[in-house]
Write a protein that binds this ligand. Structure first.
Ligand SMILES: [Zn+2]
Length: 171
């Protein structure tokens, strides 16, 4: 089963982003994606409190209203990054991967762990994100990670809302 990518952004988005997401999804073991129907690209996530916090990605577990969904906000993911980096495919992809793999971690965790604390869920997703980044970018990381840390520091200074992706507990 493949996961669909739906673009619901009002602001124009590079068509490359959908392709990058598909490439990143191919690195994930199929069983971790089971039940995940769509990655929706949005200007801002639809959960109100998270939107106010400026989160860049959100996981919605399956409910009666909708199947399991991940929302990603590319314009927030790339906000504050030096423009020249976005023209470098590695950085464009790596920035997306940070948020996408975290949210997939929530999806995977949700299937076998119910009723865990928010803290546990976050640490599982953080851990999953790091494992997947290592797997997907192994050779790149050896070379580029030091530079990436500089970019994050640079961005942290320019941006008040340094929030990472968050999951929502609906129940
Ligand atoms: Zn999270």
């Amino acid at each position: 089963m493949s996961v669909g990518v739906k673009n619901q952004c009002q602001t124009p988005l590079s068509p490359k982003i959908e392709r990058l997401i598909q490439e990143l999804l191919r690195k994930v073991p199929q069983e971790h994606l089971a039940g995940l129907e769509t990655i929706v690209l949005v200007d801002q996530v639809t959960h109100k409190r998270s939107r106010r916090q400026g989160v860049r990605g959100l996981y919605w577990p399956a409910s009666q209203k909708r199947p399991a969904t991940i929302e990603l906000a590319p314009s927030l993911i790339y906000h504050g990054m030096p423009k020249f980096l976005l023209h470098m495919p590695f950085f464009a992809k790596f920035a997306l991967a940070n948020i996408l793999y975290h949210e997939i971690g929530h999806h995977y965790h949700h299937r076998f762990a119910h009723g865990v604390t928010e803290e546990k869920s976050q640490s599982f997703a953080d851990n999953y994100q790091h494992q997947m980044l290592k797997k997907a970018f192994f050779w790149w990381l050896l070379i580029v990670l030091p530079l990436w840390r500089v970019v994050r520091r640079f961005r942290g200074k320019r941006r008040q809302l340094g929030k990472r992706g968050k999951s929502v507990r609906l129940a």
